[in-house]
Design a protein around this ligand. Structure first.
Ligand SMILES: Cc1cc2nc3c(=O)[nH]c(=O)nc-3n(C[C@H](O)[C@H](O)[C@H](O)COP(=O)(O)O)c2cc1C
Length: 241
């Protein structure tokens, strides 16, 4: 096995969801900055980057958000909390920024690759993400699917699919973040156990934004590991065709 695979394996094996952190350590907050920088490099749908990361550092905000996380120890004892937010509503902003970027690297719109790229971001992306009128959006998508019966066509394009598409990318960023935190010598715990309505209100998020998870970070204590790691046997989850 390559040395890099060995190191990666150690990080993956050692990452656990830690429910209690040491509250008496000097926490190095720069690891969070570096880990978010790495998380941002995660694969994400159409490179739309429809995510936001809220760092919760002050004692007051940490206490407030821990309560919103149902008083979980993983939140209460964390040195820092990071809220991973899905922002499907920011699609227009991201689309604009991507198109401006393409204009710098592909100024000739007649080039074949450029044509496809601009078509994708200027025509298809708005079709998918503009869900201001859900009923109309879903009707249009149904029509697209009906017109494309003869060959494989993406079908998960309805109003309900847009937040799912966005959450998938945010979750990948969360995993990159947690592995990075472990690589930096710290621990983490992802939490979907929170009151999303109160959390959105606290962060002043718009209606269409969705909290994907809150991640507590710190130095784990041994009792923060609740048990041996258990996974369903490989033969029940891995299939070969
Ligand atoms: C999306 C998501 C939400 C989770 N929410 C919570 C939570 O609210 N509280 C908690 O203690 N653990 C939570 N976990 C941690 C899981 O319980 C944990 O990842 C799982 O038991 C496997 O253990 P491991 O992470 O130590 O390998 C969550 C994990 C994920 C991926």
């Amino acid at each position: 096995m390559k040395e890099s695979a060995n190191s990666f394996d150690n990080i993956v094996q050692e990452r656990r969801s830690i429910r209690k952190f040491d509250e008496n350590i000097e926490f190095d907050h720069t690891v969070v900055k570096r880990s978010i920088d790495r998380a941002i490099l995660s694969a994400n749908s159409s490179n739309m980057q429809l995510w936001e990361f809220y760092r919760v550092r002050s004692s007051k905000a940490k206490a407030d958000i821990s309560a919103i996380c149902l008083g979980q120890n993983a939140a209460k004892t964390a040195s820092e909390l990071i809220v991973f937010v899905a922002r499907p509503d920011l699609w227009k902003d991201r689309q604009k920024k991507l198109v401006s970027y393409f204009q710098t690297i592909m100024p000739d719109r007649n080039d074949r690759k450029a044509k496809l790229t601009y078509k994708y971001y200027e025509q298809w992306i708005p079709q998918l993400y503009d869900v201001r009128f859900p009923w109309f959006h879903d009707l249009k998508m149904k029509a697209f699917i009906l017109m494309n019966q003869k060959k494989p066509f993406m079908r998960d394009i309805f109003t309900r699919d847009v937040p799912i598409i966005t959450h998938k990318s945010v979750a990948l960023a969360a995993q990159t973040f947690m592995l990075s935190i472990k690589a930096e010598g710290y621990d983490s715990c992802p939490m979907e156990g929170h009151d999303s309505v109160r959390l959105k209100k606290y962060l002043k998020l718009p209606k269409a934004a969705e909290v994907s998870m809150v991640i507590g970070v710190g130095k784990g204590v041994p009792e923060g590991i609740y048990g041996e790691r258990f996974r369903i046997p490989n033969e029940e989850v891995i299939f070969e065709l």
